[in-house]
Design a protein around this ligand. Sequence first.
Ligand SMILES: [Ca+2]
Ligand SMILES: [Ca+2]
Ligand SMILES: [Ca+2]
Ligand SMILES: [Ca+2]
Length: 358
Amino acid sequence: MALILAATSASREHEAGAAHAHGPPTASTRTHSMLTMLWDAGGRNYTAAATWDIDENGDDELLVLQDDDVVVIFDADGGPQRSVLLGQTARSLDVAKQRNPPAMILGSRRYGQRSVAAYDRAGDDVWYYPLPRGYDVAACAVADIDGDGVEETIAAQSDMGLSCLDADGRLRWELPLPGLIASLAVGDIDGDGRPEILVAGHDTPVTVVSWQGHALRTWDIWASACYVAAADLDGDGRAEIAVKTATFREPENAFVAGVDSSGQFIWRRPVPGLVRALARPLTAVDINGDGVREWAAVGSDGSVHLIGKNGELLGRQNVGEPVIGVYPMRTRAGAAEWLVAVSPTSAKCLQFRGGAGR
Ligand SMILES: [Ca+2]
Ligand SMILES: [Ca+2]
Ligand SMILES: [Ca+2]
Ligand SMILES: [Ca+2]
């Protein structure tokens, strides 16, 4: 705990210093040593990823989507386990976690036909749902939104809206939404026991959607928030919310912000850079193993920021190349989760220094 507090203090000094352009150089050195790299699974043309214990051996695997229609599965130690040839171009990826065995859920395209498809880890078809029309599936999320113990899949087509499918790939509901959707998140943001779906896109307000597929409200002040994440960081039954903005004119002024359940801003931190299409620049991870998750946010400059639920900066490090997404990795090695930072040509697994102790 002392380590974390000391590091937080150093980070704050560095933040203040950066804002005034004359920060103490030692602060930068100290924040750089917050994360150590465990392994780097280099590859080619990575476009999206997910982490889950898909082979049920107790450690998460890293699933990375390449632009040549292949999913590469890496073990928790970074060793390649298998490659799955999809036979269609996939753009977004999640895992049906409660399915036995777990399945990969992919937003795909084949001969111009958009679809959501489920595959087992060997690459065999589980189900396939053709989407009627529209652009690529910008994001898909698997979650039990109606509380019956079985997960649904929500797919967001960037120009069309949402489609909710049941565990066997049959349509539950559709919701047309305006604007170019870039991301979606599922979490119980008001603590009523039912999850909400948050949808964000380019130059469009964040929309809150009910689990039955009704648009409840929009947060007009967040039109520049094109990425949204929801996760119950502290385990109190209510999901925390964070957004990342993308301002095409001034990417250096982009930021990550914490938002309450009514869309009001709680805190904000500068995290530079555009949000690339199909990227996942924000995730929840218990990087220090204290039982409370943190936000990890990436900038297009390669910076990885660790941010507490109240907006406090716990650490920052540059991994040296543009990162398209960050993903938590749980292993039997300890309570602390690892963080995988995926860039187009590498997947770096990072561990918080002094991580496993509670
Ligand atoms: Ca369900
Ligand atoms: Ca709710
Ligand atoms: Ca919470
Ligand atoms: Ca933590």
